[in-house]
Write a protein that binds this ligand. Sequence first.
Ligand code: S3P
Length: 417
Amino acid sequence: MAPLRVPGDKSISHRALMLAVLGQGRSRIRGLLRSADVESTATVLRGLGASIPDLASGTIEIAGLGLRGLREPTRPLDCGNSGTTARLMAGIIAGAGLRARLVGDASLSARPMRRVAAPLEAMGARVELPEHGGLPMMVHGGPLHGLTWHSEVASAQVKTAILLAGLVADVPVEVHEPAATRDHTERMLQARGVDVRTEDHTVTLVPRGRLDAGDIDVPGDPSSATFFVGLAAIGAAGDITLANVGINPGRTGAFRVLRRMGVTLRYADELLQGGEPVATVVATGGPLRATVVTPDEVPSLIDELPLIACVAARAAGETRVTGAAELRVKESDRIRAVVSNLRAIGADAEELPDGFVVRGGDGPLRGRVTTHGDHRIAMAFGVLGALAGNAIELDDPSCVAVSYPNFWDDLARVRLR
Ligand code: S3P
């Protein structure tokens, strides 16, 4: 079968739009993810005065406004379901010295925003949050000063919000992370002429008052690709070939874990595309065994843990994940959602405060899954549901639109019939 091309990387797509708008001159973006989350970033940037064409139009070209070109919005900026939009844009707005109100849907409004509000306030901005610490978030930017910040959470969104605030305000920043997180921002800024360096878990940015424009080819999203590797893993597809997948080590922890569990994964045609490693990924299933996912692995596979839990339901033995308390504050409480749904379809699973335990089996899994509107819960259980003998119904399959609008079509195309 022809290789499957998963859609563009979500993290890189958000950043590509933001950096194109902040750049000096025209930037072309090829392979941008067209999904509800990326639309949210485009909407927010338009609200700040940027002109962004229809995202459907293949390669898009954006005329940058430069670091000082954004203007104050006249209406609240709607981030939809997208945490990346809310947190990264808070950094940009604060750095630009603007005042803006960020709002979002019910799920996003409940997610923690103090983690970005605190460093931005330490730089001199004022950020108002409701009692529960979520949205709406009112950002009053201002002349910011430089910052050295020790982040308590390993979060690429927090790191990036600080880096972008420093870039736009033209002040140096330094972020210490408890564990290394995805480094797309650093790679993309370096490619556009910014002095960003990483040593151990510390990232330093020294701005120079401008950001060059830059063209980018967005690689396929490894998080989306992982669902198909999972499909091969549980034997619901033959070998699967996925073309043009980003294989940044900060994003491919799930590939390493699935290999341990018995999947054969090969990389072919490796190349560096705009500073990001990309490859064709070929996945072949085999007998699955349980594994232990350790806390140090979590940042590199945080979004893939629902899929790993679903694969673990078909693996011999007990799979244990710890150090993943962050899962509780994603688009849903993913620890609760994964465990309660696995149980609802007849699998053996247990919550831990910071993770879960899944005991695999080979009996049929049947029942109804509650997605909580969470795209990754829907896709992970969709993979399990594609296995012959299983019968899994989802309450809201359409929530995949957040990151992978064509997921169900692609799944139908590659599964064994
Ligand atoms: C993202 C970082 C991660 C990830 C999210 C996208 C990013 O969130 O879960 O899907 O693009 O920087 P945290 O930074 O909250 O861990």
